[in-house]
Design a protein around this ligand. Structure first.
Ligand code: TTP
Ligand code: MG
Length: 356
């Protein structure tokens, strides 16, 4: 069985943790409502007013002028995220961290099947609560796709299990927009074909879907049947030099993509720095909603000296060399290649000293 863990209203919950006076109140983390800022996330209290991620902050302000509006503090969220992922690492050899507040664990190797998976999920939720004072929602299911849907099913502080014999019933009336990767564009395309739920996808058949939607059609057909062949491949102890995220909904908002890249840049820099390594080539990867995959890269004269250095290059690639903002994005990734030991670059370091 696979476990999916997703923190509840993550950025907003961290703010409520650090500022007890915000607890129980509507909190909106994001850009400035006075200018053209966008909502990153909202506390569950704020969601009662209809405030949602990716909404213009000005609209959030109209919905609830009394809400507490705050700018994101990425470094702090990163710190808490590292703590949470540390807890998860104790519970499974195979752990795949997919975003700042989300991870998959493969617990298949534990004996006693799904009941044990549920016990582990419960234990993980308790551990996270005890150590960070934050709540997470968990999904337990036979594969990654179903586990993700399960963790979203009862938020916040939820625990949903989809046992193998419940998969068919669970998917029957599931709206297509619940399939991670289906955004408004794909949803309306499907609607025009009369397809609203997973059973509609099943009935349409793979030939028809392939003909109309190509690779994406096959992907949707498989998901509608509850099939997901991906394996939870452990990112290995701090071995990775890239990080990526597939969004639950396709993203058109460039500022959101920028925020993600900023976070990735901090993650990558901190990780490689800790390993005594660095890379000179910044690689940006995007997969558009129609599954077209592109990479754009730029090689620097020397190792980046900070997370901001990496972000600046990535951001430039994003805005100048891709269709971000024009074509919805399904996946974004950032990596560094041309890896070397930090100690191998004395030339650049002394160069720097000479320049001072
Ligand atoms: P999510 O897990 O999608 O959202 P969430 O944790 O705030 O709320 P919940 O899971 O309970 O529904 O995203 C994790 C964090 O990523 C979120 O706290 C803020 C950030 N984020 C954005 O900055 N912009 C966005 O559009 C989304 C969806 C998330
Ligand atoms: Mg979350």
């Amino acid at each position: 069985m696979i476990l999916h863990i997703d923190m509840d209203a993550f950025f907003a919950s961290v703010e409520q943790l650090d500022h007890p006076e915000y607890r129980g109140k509507p909190v909106v983390v994001g850009g400035d409502p006075q200018s053209r800022g966008v909502v990153s996330t909202a506390s569950y209290e704020a969601r009662q007013f209809g405030i949602r991620s990716a909404m213009p902050a000005a609209e959030a302000y109209r919905l609830c002028p009394d809400a507490i509006f705050i700018r994101p503090r990425m470094t702090r969220y990163q710190e808490v995220s590292a703590m949470i992922m540390g807890i998860l690492r104790h519970h499974a050899q195979k752990l795949l961290v997919v975003s700042v507040d989300e991870a998959y664990l493969d617990v298949t190797h534990y004996p006693f099947g799904s009941s044990n998976a549920v016990m582990i999920a419960r234990l993980i939720k308790q551990n996270i609560q005890a150590i960070t004072h934050l709540t997470a929602s968990a999904g337990v299911a036979p594969n990654m796709f179903l586990a993700k849907i399960a963790s979203e099913f009862q938020k916040p502080d939820g625990l949903t299990v989809i046992a193998p014999d419940q998969v068919e019933a669970f998917l029957r009336d599931l709206p297509v927009r619940k399939i991670p990767g289906v955004g408004p564009v794909t949803e309306s395309r499907l609607q025009k074909m009369g397809i609203h739920t997973c059973s509609d996808l099943q009935k349409a058949g793979h030939l028809y879907l392939h003909e109309r939607l190509g690779k994406q059609g096959i992907f949707l057909y498989k998901r509608a049947l509850g099939i997901d062949e991906r394996e939870v491949e452990s990112d290995g102890e701090a071995r990775q030099s890239s990080t990526e995220e597939t969004f639950a909904r396709d993203v058109l908002d460039v500022r959101f993509l920028q925020t993600r890249l900023e976070l990735f840049a901090h993650e990558l820099y901190a990780q490689l720095q800790a390993e005594g390594r660095m890379g000179r080539t910044v690689v940006l990867k995007l997969k558009y909603f129609d599954f077209e995959l592109i990479t754009r890269s730029q090689t620097l004269g020397r190792f980046p000296q900070s997370a901001e250095d990496i972000y600046a290059v990535a951001e430039n690639l994003l805005t100048k060399k891709t269709l971000a903002g024009k074509k919805p994005v399904r996946l974004i990734g950032l990596g560094l290649s041309g890896l070397g030991e930090l100690s191998e670059e004395p030339a650049a370091a002394s160069q720097l000293e000479l320049n001072l």
